[in-house]
Design a protein around this ligand. Sequence first.
Ligand code: SAH
Length: 372
Amino acid sequence: MRTLPLHSGEKLHLKGFPRAALEHLLQQWGQPRYRAVQLMEWLYAKGVEDFTAMTTLPQELRRHLATECTLQTVHAERWEKSQRDGTVKFLFRLPDGAAIESVLIPAEDSEGRLRRLTLCVSTQVGCPLSCVFCATASLRLRRNLNAAEIVDQLLQVQRLTGLRVTNLVFMGMGEPLLNLEAVLQAVHIWTDPHSGLLSPRRITLSTAGLVPEIYRLAEDTARIRLAISLHTTDQALRERLMPIARRYPLQELQKAARYYVERTKRPITYEYILFDHLNDSPTDADALARFVRVTPRAKVNLIPFHPIEFVHPTGIAATLRPSPPERIHAFRERLRSHGIPVMLRSSSGIDIKAACGQLALSGERTVTYSGP
Ligand code: SAH
């Protein structure tokens, strides 16, 4: 898989270096280890983008950093705010000219105060998985993001808005478990005590269900939350909706999910898009409850289907319709009657094509289906 190396061109992309890598780099330059901590505090806790302003570092080191390293990783070219719910979608230009989107989703309490500010980040330029209901699939995969490009989405959003992101979800463009190494580096940078940006409990990674990578993620020390895009408990239907399901059957996915919870002690969430008369009957709800119950403390996140533009004219994609509100309600109540904790995800940012499954660089180019 092609990635822009952190050492691309003549400069190092410093925002992709976790603490141990920074310490190593600085030691190679003859600096004491604690300089790494100081540097992280400037970069992440204080959000300073200019080496000359890092006044606790010796002048000579600041000059050396400016010559050898760059902090210009992702550049916000455009952003758009939803008139409906305040969601903001950012279009970021990357050093090689590729583009990605990130989405900032505010949640308010009953008195209108900001309760939570969730950033949804991308991990790949495009996506190779070809889920038939998702607009990002139309872009195909161009490349993986490197750790600096992932880390910087958060920093640039905070800088541009002046707000502090409280929660982070890997639910933007791409399949995060196909870029696990860079994703984990980013997680370790954000959650380092000297960055002070996020706690691992406030980070959720969503996957289409890559079984070996779920086991690998479970072994990492970061202990982030996991969400699995399930969408049906019927293996044959899942294969038609998500081609990756052919490689990783439901039973194996269920086993991996269970292992993740046991190993990390973090509860997992199953995501379930509701398609009208396809997976939203009372029998489907009963089957989902049986499936979910196997994983201790698992929750269900129901997602309204957001119709997309590029749909392939033949096959199942053309038949997909959103469940109407009354079927969504009935499905949720049926799950509740089985004692399953269930939430309905809001369609934040739907008017600016920022809701789940809608990220396809709209406006950047016309989206046409190029798949098989
Ligand atoms: N590749 C990861 C990350 C994407 S997360 C994954 O598959 O989980 C985005 C969530 O939105 C996933 O649960 C995905 O299945 C869902 N989604 C995709 N297209 C959608 C659409 N058109 N409407 C509603 N949800 C969609």
